[in-house]
Design a protein around this ligand. Structure first.
Ligand SMILES: [Zn+2]
Length: 309
């Protein structure tokens, strides 16, 4: 509540001064970030009161998908470093921005996001954001070529591909390699239809309530198991992550094209509790790249995982 009030205050404050915040003539020519040391101020000549303060963003345009985000890097001149920044959007239906400056795509279109100093809103910089719809007509969402299913992005109820054959072959190879290392891996669950997920989720809600169920079970259409590319292995207990099987899986699954989809410490980002047993097939090169990045898939693709309601 406190946070939402301060955000509203911030929006009102910045919004009421939107003319000076978003007016390109007020400065902000230098937003390429190539010349951090330059004296290209965001303050215009009419702004003699505080000529030393300036804000620079590392880019002046961004293209993001609906549900995707960008965190523009902000450079505040020495005079303004201890100043609070206020962020505002000129069209919340297209993109919103939070207190930290993270810009999140909401709907197709273009809008302008502005950062200004709380103490002097005339000191401002802005970024033009183009938001596109990443979901194709068939209802599938690919970001950078990766089929993404999470709380933000759903699959159509009619999508029922069954287990992906390439993922299944890769899984068999992984099981063989594990066995050679003295590790026994078994499938607990693989492909799950929309209807099956609907039943499961509703049962969990009846037992634990929506809030709790949402931390460990996906709503119908939002389960990765419906892609045919995800598998639960061995044991659905968090302690599985500390068994020799769980450790082997975490260290080696990328070699066969899989990632641990819901890693420990990323719960707020993936939207799910740590699931050391749930692997998602991405193919070898992408899985290697995600593994080496140390990021969860949402961070790797710069996308959110939040239900619309
Ligand atoms: Zn799973």
């Amino acid at each position: 509540m406190k946070r939402s009030i301060s955000l509203i205050v911030a929006l009102l404050c910045c919004g009421s001064l939107l003319m000076s915040c978003s007016d390109p003539a007020a400065g902000n020519e230098s937003t390429t970030g190539k010349d951090e040391a330059s004296t290209n101020q965001t303050t215009g000549p009419e702004n003699e009161t505080d000529p030393a303060a300036s804000i620079t963003l590392d880019t002046n345009t961004a293209d993001i998908p609906i549900g995707g985000y960008v965190d523009p890097a902000v450079t505040v001149s020495a005079d303004g470093t201890d100043q609070k920044l206020l962020w505002a959007t000129d069209n919340a239906a297209v993109a919103v921005v939070d207190d930290s400056g993270r810009i999140i795509g909401k709907g197709e279109g273009q809008c302008v996001i502005t950062a200004c100093l709380e103490s002097d809103p005339k000191v401002a910089a802005s970024i033009t954001v183009n938001v596109t719809n990443p979901t194709s007509a068939d209802g599938l969402t690919y970001i950078n070529g990766i089929l993404i299913v999470n709380k933000t992005y759903a699959l159509p109820s009619t999508y029922s591909p069954d287990v992906d054959s390439e993922a299944n072959t890769a899984l068999a190879k992984m099981f063989q390699a594990a066995k050679a290392d003295g590790i026994s891996l078994t499938i607990v669950s693989g492909y799950r239809s929309y209807e099956r997920q609907n039943t499961l989720y509703n049962n969990y809600v009846a037992r634990d309530g929506v809030e709790a169920a949402d931390t460990y079970s996906a709503r119908a259409g939002h389960s990765e198991h419906q892609t045919g590319l995800a598998f639960d292995l061995n044991s659905l207990e968090e302690s599985f992550g500390e068994t020799k099987e769980g450790i082997w899986l975490r260290e080696h699954c990328w070699e066969y094209g899989f990632i641990i989809r819901y890693p420990k410490g990323k719960e707020d980002i993936t939207g799910y509790m740590y699931e050391p047993w749930h692997v998602r097939y991405l193919g070898k090169s992408t899985a290697k790249s995600v593994f080496e990045s140390g990021l969860c898939l949402e961070e790797y693709l710069n996308v959110t995982s939040v239900y619309a309601q």
